[in-house]
Design a protein around this ligand. Structure first.
Ligand SMILES: Nc1nc2c(c(=O)[nH]1)N[C@H]1C(S)=C(S)[C@@H](COP(=O)(O)O)O[C@H]1N2
Ligand SMILES: [Mo]
Length: 409
């Protein structure tokens, strides 16, 4: 009988699959995939206008990490849909590869002594940040998608700071390991190196078989996630959040994020007799009823809703008053300024949003009253909602009550 060994002993780990080749293949896939996740994630953060503080983002002192923030463009109008669709779908797809990669190197995490030298100690600390950062980023991402805003207001700073810590460790690791991984993949029949078990059990599956297993898991996750970005395929998105409001059919029959009931919107407040849009700017304040809005020029734009959670709709046909026409009413004849949009909704993180001047100026940016030829339904924001090209869904405020024009920086 074998004596039980502790996991700190290399011989405790007996899988004959572990070795430099398997780890290198998985590592190279993650090198490409995580780089795309980082870039699309930073872009997604910029798209949310976090520097129009403190309205959109409560992150205290994002400081130097906000160095790259830029004015998110309004073209092409599907930009956020693509960016966040790739971010969420790819992130979910990479989970089996990440787990396989961690499995392939897990003996290393237990190796003793903890540090042989100062450089070795630094390397191991960076590995802790790498593994911890990866689990943290994938974990918070999946929770935000699945649990429908479990961290109201705090998901953004957690996922954002976590991304920088994780990516710093990731870059250090990639610089150290990529050359060896590439060498391994070029030269077939390379020895297994110190990732291999010194006392392997007989194999039950080949290394290629193990790789196909992880890849198959990825494909399965991809196939059951990607549909949330396409109207006809949404039912195939088995892993996307379910149990929300059924949008039904007809012109208003597209994905609903928060229902009017959930947001506490009362029909007494949205009724034509009661509802007034309060528009404020350097010309003072005007109050507009629905008939006043309908007397203004109405325009149409075909734009999607694309949520940070990774789902999106195809283009819907919105009709309403241009935001820049409302800016003129508020006293801005030339270039419009930034805009603070507030909802009738009293509570909740998304009851207000800040739009940037370039978004207000775009002729497709509307205070929409109609969608697909019909009045907005209560769940899609009746009596009026904002819709802006290329912007995240969270900036498309529903049940609008107040527009305040002015510089928000
Ligand atoms: N007042 C208000 N507006 C809101 C929200 C909200 O919770 N309250 N959710 C936002 C988010 S996160 C998204 S993705 C879109 C979804 O719009 P839809 O429900 O019409 O598809 O509405 C946005 N507008
Ligand atoms: Mo959203």
């Amino acid at each position: 009988m074998r004596h039980p060994l502790p996991p700190t002993s290399p011989a405790f780990w007996r899988s004959p699959l572990r070795g430099t080749w398997l780890t290198s293949v998985l590592g190279v896939v993650l090198l490409a995939g995580i780089t795309v996740l980082f870039v699309t994630g930073l872009a997604s953060y910029a798209a949310y206008n976090p520097d129009l503080s403190p309205v959109n983002d409560q992150t205290p002192d994002k400081g130097v990490l906000g160095f790259y923030l830029f004015s998110w463009p309004t073209d092409p109008h599907w930009l956020y849909r693509l960016d966040q669709g790739v971010h969420v779908t790819l992130g979910i797809t990479l989970i089996p590869i990440l787990l396989a990669k961690l499995w392939s190197v897990v003996p290393r995490l237990f190796a003793l002594p903890p540090a042989r030298s100062l450089t070795h100690a630094l390397e191991r600390i960076s590995l802790l940040l790498l593994v911890g950062g990866a689990l943290f980023e994938f974990g918070t991402g999946v929770l935000n998608v699945q649990l429908d805003y479990v961290f109201p207001g705090s998901f953004y700073p957690l996922h954002f700071y976590g991304a920088w810590v994780f990516f710093a460790a990731f870059v250090a690791h990639a610089v150290l390991k990529t050359p060896a991984a590439v060498r391994t993949l070029r030269r077939r029949g390379e020895p297994d190196g110190d990732l291999a078990s010194p006392l392997p059990d007989p194999p039950t599956v080949s290394r290629r078989g193990a790789l196909r297993f992880a890849g198959g898991g990825s494909l399965l996750l991809f196939a059951t996630t990607v549909g949330q970005n396409f109207d006809g395929l949404r039912r195939t998105a088995l892993l996307a959040p379910h149990g929300g409001a059924d949008p039904g059919t007809g012109p208003n029959g597209f994905q609903i994020n928060k229902t009017a009931v959930y947001a506490g919107i009362r029909t007494a407040d949205t009724h034509e007799d009661a509802w007034r849009l309060v528009v404020t700017g350097r010309a003072g304040t005007v109050r507009l009823g629905r008939p006043d809005l309908l007397r203004l020029p109405l325009h149409s734009a075909a734009l999607p809703i694309a949520c940070v959670e990774g789902w999106s709709t195809s283009d819907q046909w919105w009709r309403g008053v241009r935001l820049r026409d409302l800016a003129v009413l508020a006293g801005y004849d030339g270039d419009p300024p930034d805009l603070l949009v507030e909802s009738l909704q009293r509570h909740g993180a998304f009851r207000k949003a800040a739009l940037r001047a370039n978004q207000v100026a775009d002729p497709r940016s509307l205070l929409a009253l109609y969608v697909n030829g019909e009045e907005l339904s209560p769940d899609h924001g009746h009596p009026a909602r904002v819709i802006v090209p290329a912007a995240p869904g969270v900036l498309n405020t529903k049940w609008v009550a107040r527009l305040t024009f002015g510089d928000l920086r």
